[in-house]
Ligand binder design. Structure first.
Ligand code: KIV
Length: 272
């Protein structure tokens, strides 16, 4: 039987491992909905993170803490329907895995079953290792996340660079090794000194993806809405803006409003 559908080869955790081995940098972005996920996937991204940053970006909350498991599953299932190639990783939201490995396993199983995503991510090191190990027993791939872990914002009190002091840097090195030994397939390092991030990436065999962690790691991740310039307020040093969609969208909407007011829209060719 002939078909016009082009086979697209899915990125897997094994592909990411091969990319690390061959020195090919991994490109990862967030997405939370079908339409943007489809564009991001078609443009060749390797990994899509359905991040709990949806709490800020999609829902307007100040922190990532309020988003629920049901809301993450809704975002993740929309993203899954838009993608053919990217590996899709979903954040376990705050309160669904800390201090309760059975709860963690149940949360991860719900994400995999109800959204069709391929892996989960959770924040923390030794304090969540029991949850990570239990999720892995179900064959669910786990991505770790160390450094600035936004679900702990009320412990940190600020979003400044983490692990600048030796004691915190040493704890992070040890946690990275623990996550690798537990069986995580990859690790995100957020907002830590570039030198430390490079050292960690060299010391573990799994891919290390950085955000605000310099260029010496195995890949990069950014929040899609930040790199597209939809948000104008958030301008950390590590963010490169690849577009100014704030200007594009506000310009397009104000032109539309003006055209409706002046009755320029719709014209003769835009009606039946
Ligand atoms: O939720 C998120 O967007 C993240 C990235 C910043 C890594 O965890």
């Amino acid at each position: 039987m002939s078909t016009n559908l082009k086979e697209v080869k899915r990125v897997t955790t094994h592909v990411l491992q091969e990319m690390k081995s061959s020195g090919t940098p991994i490109a990862m972005l967030t997405a939370y909905d079908f339409s943007l996920a489809r564009l991001v996937d078609a443009a060749g991204i390797d990994v899509i993170l359905v991040g709990d940053s949806a709490s800020n970006v999609m829902a307007g909350h100040e922190t990532t803490l309020p988003i629920t498991l049901d809301q993450m599953i809704y975002h993740a299932s929309s993203v899954v329907r838009g993608c053919q190639r990217a590996l899709i990783v979903v954040d376990l939201p705050f309160g669904t895995y800390q201090g309760n490995s059975k709860g963690a396993l149940n949360s991860a199983i719900r994400i995999m079953k109800e959204s069709g995503a391929h892996a989960v991510k959770l924040e923390g090191g030794r304090e969540v290792i029991g949850s990570i190990e239990r999720i892995l027993t179900a064959g669910i791939p786990v991505m770790g996340h160390l450094g600035l872990t936004p679900q702990s914002i009320y412990k940190f009190g600020t979003y400044v660079v983490r692990a600048k002091e030796e004691a915190e840097a040493q704890r992070l090195r040890e946690d990275a090794r623990l996550l690798e030994q537990a069986g995580c397939f990859a690790l995100v390092l957020e907002k830590i000194p570039a030198k430390l991030a490079e050292e960690v990436a060299r010391s573990v065999s799994i891919p290390v993806i950085g955000i605000g962690a310099g260029g010496g790691v195995d890949g990069q991740v950014l929040v899609l809405h930040d790199m597209l310039g939809i948000n104008t307020e958030f301008r950390p040093r590590f963010l490169r803006r690849y577009a100014d969609l704030h200007a594009v969208i506000t310009g397009a909407v104000s032109s539309y409003v003006a055209d409706v007011r002046s009755k320029d829209f719709p014209n003769a060719g835009e009606q039946y």
